[in-house]
Structures are given as structure tokens and as C-alpha cells.
Design a protein around this ligand. Structure first.
Ligand SMILES: [Zn+2]
Length: 265
């Protein structure tokens, strides 16, 4: 059950079920980015028996003290357990437009993991935001990809990679060409998730902090790792990404005493 709960939490974060009308989404009410300061006050009207505070499914977006994204400026230098990627090619992934972002969902049984020290987190999906959600001293990058990993015990680790306009990223075309332009999903050609990681020498340079998923219900308990070194995409590719979703970025949230650690190789 924990896995199911964790998966449903990750899915709520990134599969966009919350975007659908209540009747279609099993009670998760509609939200959008233009009204993001009001997420916490959205009322679930699908079940008349729900009374306050239970009819505020996204309350954590407002009352949570460990919310994401964050401004990563003002960090402390430190060390974290070394990260290790094992992202084999995924056959027949699902290309999804979830109503908030373009996403690629790994097939059931996919063996790819992100390891943090001895802890291995299975990769469930990756999706895109434009502009980036995390910012550095108030400045956003052109886009950000989030790799969502969920462990069987419910622990979630999300890896963020910034994208900036520069050299074309050939692997991105396959993703852009297969994600539906409107809400829906298709099973598509194989994808290599590692294609959107920085080059190997740069991968251990990252920011890490304790946060949340960045979409309603804004659940906390997420270990965040954000790569310091961006990757590139062409201006045409950025336009194509924005044609799927633009401005799908939550505003930076208060640190509330949290410290972001920046680590170097
Ligand atoms: Zn995301």
C-alpha cells in the first residue's frame, strides 16, 4: 500500500490527475498556475460529507513549511552521499500530456534507479517545466526537467536539471514529437532518460535540500537534488516545449530556515 500511496502522491504531483474535472479524477479538484497562490484554499466539492479541514485537499500548499521550489541562492557548501545513475533505455514508455506538463512515464517494471549512497530510488517518470521552477538569486533558467523517483517505502527523490538555450539536444526531439499537444497519453518509442543529464564530470555538482512536490497537493518529504550545470536545447526546441506548456512553474517558496547545500565533485 505504501508503494501505491507513494505512487499516487507522485502521480498527483506529476501525472496531473488533479488537473481533470472532479468527476473524472476521483475527487481531485481543478487547479492551474495562474491561481497558484490560492491552491491551499481550493475546496473539494465532490463529496458533500467532507467538512473543513478535510475538504481542502491542497492545504499543505499553504501551510507547509518545507515547500518547493526554492531560490537556491545563499547555499552552504557541504558533502552528500555520491549519486549514481542507472537509467537503461526504457522500451514503450508512455508519453503524457497531463494538463500541466509534458511527461514521459516509465513502463511498469522499469529497472532504472538513482542511487544516493546505498539507497536506490526507482525512476517513475520525468517531466518538464518552462521556465525553470528552481531559481538562482531570483533568476530562472529557460526550462527544468524533473526526474521523479519513488522508493517502495514511500520515500521520494526528485532530480532537477536546468535547460538553457544553446546547442540542440537531439534526444529531446523524440520526446517533443511524441508528447500529445492536448491532454492525453500514447505509448511511444523507446527513450533513454539519461539523455537529459549533464555530462558525467558535472553530475556530482548539485544543490540538495528537503522539500515537496511542486504541484497540488504539495506533499512534503521529498529529497531534492538539482544539478548545478545546465544542459542545452535549441531555441526551436524551447519553443516546441513551450507549445506544450508555458509558464508551468510554481513560484519559489519560503526557506523557513531550511539550508540548501551545494556540493562539488
Ligand atoms: Zn516538476
Amino acid at each position: 500500500m505504501k508503494l501505491n500511496l507513494a505512487l499516487s502522491m507522485a502521480c498527483a504531483a506529476a501525472c496531473g490527475l488533479a488537473a481533470l474535472p472532479a468527476a473524472a479524477a476521483g475527487g481531485a479538484p481543478y487547479w492551474d498556475y495562474t491561481g497558484q497562490d490560492q491552491w491551499a484554499g481550493i475546496v473539494d466539492t465532490s463529496d458533500p460529507s467532507l467538512v473543513p479541514p478535510y475538504n481542502y485537499p491542497y492545504a499543505e500548499c499553504g501551510i507547509g513549511q518545507n515547500q518547493s521550489p526554492m531560490d537556491l541562492d545563499g547555499v552552504a557548501q557541504g558533502t552528500v552521499n555520491r549519486l549514481k545513475w542507472s537509467y537503461p533505455k526504457a522500451e514503450q514508455p508512455t508519453y503524457l500530456n497531463n494538463g500541466h506538463a509534458g511527461q514521459v512515464t516509465m513502463p511498469v517494471g522499469y529497472a532504472g534507479t538513482l542511487s544516493v549512497g546505498n539507497d536506490a530510488y526507482p525512476l517513475i517518470q520525468f517531466h518538464f517545466h518552462a521556465p525553470s521552477e528552481h531559481v538562482i538569486n531570483g533568476v530562472a533558467h529557460d526550462a527544468e526537467v524533473h526526474y521523479v523517483h519513488v522508493r517502495a517505502d514511500g520515500k521520494i527523490a526528485v532530480l532537477g536539471v536546468f535547460l538553457d538555450v544553446g546547442a540542440e539536444n537531439p534526444a529531446l526531439d523524440r520526446v517533443l514529437n511524441n508528447i500529445p499537444q492536448t491532454v492525453g497519453s500514447v505509448t511511444g518509442p523507446a527513450v533513454s532518460p539519461g539523455a537529459f543529464l549533464p555530462v558525467k564530470d558535472d553530475r556530482q555538482s548539485l544543490y540538495t535540500y528537503a522539500g515537496s512536490v511542486t504541484t497540488p497537493p504539495c506533499s512534503e518529504g521529498v529529497s531534492w537534488y538539482v544539478q548545478s550545470q545546465p544542459i542545452t536545447l535549441s531555441a526551436t526546441q524551447l519553443d516546441a516545449l513551450k507549445a506544450i506548456y508555458d509558464e508551468n512553474a510554481r513560484h519559489p517558496q519560503s526557506a523557513n530556515g531550511r539550508v540548501v547545500t551545494q556540493t562539488f565533485p
